[in-house]
Design a protein around this ligand. Structure first.
Ligand SMILES: [Zn+2]
Length: 78
């Protein structure tokens, strides 16, 4: 198993890559990493952190409601 360590963009703690959710912002949509382009990592604890939506708004330059809804969809779809 890979021992690559990456930082969660929300809490800035470091985790093994396999324990993080890898997302990207593409054309103002927050999606699971497609394999191409820039991406960022979020740890499981931060998925329920209110601050995360704020950070996603900054990263993806979307409004708060869109960020919240897109994040919810990603979480709901596993
Ligand atoms: Zn985190």
């Amino acid at each position: 198993m890979s021992k690559i360590v990456r930082m969660c963009i929300n809490c800035r703690k470091r985790f093994f890559q396999k324990d993080l959710l890898r997302l990207q912002c593409k054309e103002k949509k927050i999606i699971k990493y497609s394999g191409i382009g820039r991406s960022f990592y979020i740890c499981k604890d931060c998925l329920k952190d209110e601050k995360l939506v704020k950070n996603l708004v900054k990263i993806c330059k979307v409004d708060r409601e869109s960020a919240f809804n897109m994040l919810k969809e990603i979480i709901d779809n596993g």
